[in-house]
Design a protein around this ligand. Structure first.
Ligand code: PLP
Length: 221
């Protein structure tokens, strides 16, 4: 199967109200352009440096760049003008830095709160019980808008994935009933190549697919 066939399969199998983010980490500009030619406009990177390089290389294209990996506070300043949506707000300290750097350029940061729904030591994201505190801090901001939630679930079979996705959806729906100034539940970002179908069944409206589009990732060692 080639790239355009893989894209057709995925776009053909997701409902119109689900947004596909093509995860282009480790991929070349050439590969990204092939996906772009298949009418994909949302691309996700997990490293700031890589996002910046690709953004700058593809300035003339109409691409929305998503930062999907952990964001270090000292790197926020580099992405203010380049990122469309930050999927990985996971602490009050990061929030304060985003508020500061975006205010300096008079820009609004659109972010998702990343929840470590599987409570894994190895994963970033906040724990469910810390969510309300973070939201209260977001309410004090003038340059940050929370647009929804994101998660990376623990590896597992379909049954266990479904449980985590359901937990996320329930948090999302609960927040939807509350009224905030800077927090609005519009996006639920969950599901990757191996589980995006289950994620959509459980309410995801942003899926982040890498290998399912680009083929197997080969990391330089
Ligand atoms: C790499 C990555 C993905 C995509 O994973 P695939 O298995 O290639 O679809 C999605 N989300 C995040 C945060 C990632 O780092």
């Amino acid at each position: 199967m080639d790239l355009s066939e893989r894209i057709k399969i995925i776009t053909g199998s997701i409902p119109a109200d689900v947004n596909l983010v093509a995860v282009s980490k480790t991929r070349s500009i050439e590969e990204i352009l092939k996906v772009y030619e298949a009418d994909i406009r949302d691309f996700g990177e997990n490293k700031v440096q890589e996002l910046i390089e690709k953004h700058d290389n593809l300035m003339d294209k109409n691409i929305r760049w998503h930062l999907i990996g952990h964001l270090q506070r000292n790197k926020v300043k580099y992405i203010v003008d380049k990122v469309h949506l930050i999927h990985s707000l996971d602490s009050v300290r990061l929030l304060e830095e985003i508020e500061k750097q975006f205010s300096l350029k008079n820009k609004i940061a659109k972010v998702l709160i990343q929840i470590n729904i599987g409570r894994e030591e190895s994963k970033s994201g906040i724990l469910e019980e810390d969510l309300i505190n973070l939201i209260n801090e977001v309410e004090k901001c003038s340059y940050v808008k929370v647009k929804g939630l994101m998660t990376i679930i623990p590896k597992g079979d379909e049954e266990s994935s479904r449980i985590y996705f359901k937990k996320m959806k329930s948090i999302y729906e609960d927040l939807k009933t509350k009224s905030y100034n800077n927090v609005k539940m519009t996006y639920l970002s969950m599901g990757m190549t191996n589980d995006y179908k289950v994620a959509i069944e459980e309410g995801a409206n942003i899926i982040r697919v890498g290998e399912g589009i680009f083929g197997k990732r080969i990391y330089d060692i």
